[in-house]
Design a protein around this ligand. Structure first.
Ligand code: GLU
Length: 494
């Protein structure tokens, strides 16, 4: 292991957002590509909004994406791991108070006794005078005697912002220089004893020996405060890298309300985690060559922090869908089968009544065609249940226009199927091709009505493959059913 230590610190206040997933992924790739340590830390200090079930959702989303953590909190039956725990902020309150008290003792922070009413009035004055709302610094220089006189009163702890400027060499944003006059003495511990985010995050990063803080650029404006605190607390300063946000297809911040904002929506929609990982990385990182499809291992191999971009990535559903297809094709048929079986079971199909080998073949004939795992349902449902209806548009095209001819064609198809002794893809193909040649028609003339009769649809896996898997007996039954159906069309027409 190298000395590199990175972390993600999501707040478990809802689902795991796609933007968090991208941040997690970049941190994880950085750690994995450098032999570093990737840490999961839950920022659950907001007791009203944080819930244990949300923490589970964060962990589950990470697990689904294959982003494994080296150190982090317990999850289901997995114990907490790592030497720098606990990894939940709610269990680290004593550390924040200990460090805040140290700052107090060292004269780098002070107790502020100003009441909420006083502070509100101060803010209101600033608003009327069109000044930025800043704390006046009233309690900054209280004497020992004055402080003693206020003993027993509620107080917050404020950080004494030192004079000067902070310069951050952000690995993505470049040099960011901020004058400290832009800040007032900010609160680090509230009167109820709770640490404020800025203190908690710095104490955690300092004590956990984080070497690189890689997070969303919505935290860039916090970074100066954090650097000041790092210095005051005497911790080693990490390097910062602030990643641009993920935008939706319209170029707006990816709203929590949009479908897909929740990482696990993509699982529901039949996307492979490896495709989402591939896609999210490419939203903010370029490989430096024209490759687009990467496995996790290839990403780890190719990843460098230098090629992370500064401009926000706009979500492109079509590209994600395309990548999903590419990753579906990269699996072995047996692997893909394992992934689609639960989906088929959930859809109510009795897949377990079929031999494994047959199920793998069924998956294989769809592998080049399905864009998402969920599409397996529409591509294979007819194997499990007889088509209940025929696609209207295809019926009009192949059967309704000239029902008499359609009946004749279906009869020829029935005979062909009956006569095919080698009921394999090749055997069926040969029969159909010979017949088409003999009749002087394109083979499509027989293929489309057969597909409609066997599957009820106009798209699906290759006809000869699916017919072979369905078996002669079922094929014949379905052709007979289609014949009966077309005959009723014919009769009602007359
Ligand atoms: N809890 C913060 C967030 O979810 C993370 C802060 C940080 O990474 O420093 O945005």
């Amino acid at each position: 292991m190298s000395g590199i230590r990175v972390r993600i610190a999501p707040s478990p206040t809802g689902f795991f957002h796609i933007g968090n997933a991208k941040t997690a992924l970049i941190n994880w790739l950085f750690a994995r590509s450098k032999g570093g340590t990737f840490i999961l830390r839950l920022e659950d200090t907001d007791t009203e909004r944080s819930k244990p079930e949300y923490a589970d959702i964060v962990c589950e989303a990470l697990k689904w994406l294959g982003i494994d953590w080296d150190e982090g909190p317990s999850f289901r039956d997995e114990p907490e791991r790592g030497a720098y725990g606990p990894y939940r902020q709610s269990e680290r309150k004593h550390l924040y108070l200990q460090e805040a008290n140290r700052l107090l003792k060292e004269g780098k922070a002070y107790k502020c006794f100003c009441s909420k009413e006083e502070l509100d009035a101060e803010r209101e004055r600033a608003r009327i005078e069109k000044r930025p709302p800043r704390y006046s610094g009233k309690c900054r220089n209280l004497t020992e005697k004055e402080i003693r006189a206020k003993e027993g009163l509620p107080y917050s702890i404020r950080f004494k912002v030192p004079p000067g400027v902070t310069e951050i060499d952000d690995l993505i944003q470049g040099k960011v220089v901020t004058d400290h006059t832009e800040f007032d003495d900010f609160i680090i511990v509230k009167p109820n004893g709770d640490a404020v985010f800025h203190l908690a995050v710095v104490v955690d990063d300092g004590l956990m020996k984080i070497t690189h803080v890689i997070r969303g650029d919505d935290h860039l404006t916090n970074a100066t405060r954090h650097v000041m605190l790092f210095r005051a607390l005497g911790y080693e300063l990490p390097q910062f890298a602030h990643l641009p946000m993920v935008l939706d297809e319209k170029g707006q911040k990816y709203s929590k309300r949009l479908h897909g904002a929740n990482v696990l929506d993509w699982r529901e929609d039949g996307f492979l985690p490896e495709a989402l990982v591939n896609y999210l990385v490419l939203l903010g990182w370029t490989p430096g060559d024209d490759r687009e499809v990467f496995s996790r291992e290839e990403l780890i191999e190719a990843f460098t922090i230098e090629r992370l971009g500064k401009s926000p990535g706009k979500f492109d559903y079509k590209r994600l869908l395309w990548l999903n297809g590419q990753h579906i094709r990269k699996l072995t048929a047996a692997e893909l089968c394992e992934r689609v079986l639960p989906i088929l079971r959930k859809a109510g199909f009795d897949v377990d009544a079929f031999p494994k080998e047959w199920l793998i073949q069924m998956t294989a004939i769809c592998q080049d065609r399905i864009p998402t795992l969920n599409d397996i349902i529409g591509y294979t449902d007819f194997f499990f249940v007889e088509p209940q209806s025929y696609e209207e548009k295809a019926v009009n095209k192949h059967w309704r226009k000239e029902p008499q001819n359609a009946v004749q064609t279906l009869e020829k198809i029935r005979n062909m199927i009956e006569e095919t002794s080698d009921f394999s893809h090749d055997g069926l193909k040969a029969t159909f091709e010979q017949k088409a040649a003999a009749e002087g028609v394109p083979v499509a003339h027989f293929i489309h009505p057969t597909r409609l009769a066997l599957t009820g649809k106009s798209v699906g896996p290759g006809l000869f493959e699916l017919a072979a898997l369905l078996g002669k007996e079922k094929c014949l039954q379905r052709i007979e059913r289609a014949l009966a159906f077309v005959r009723t069309i014919e009769e009602t027409k007359i």
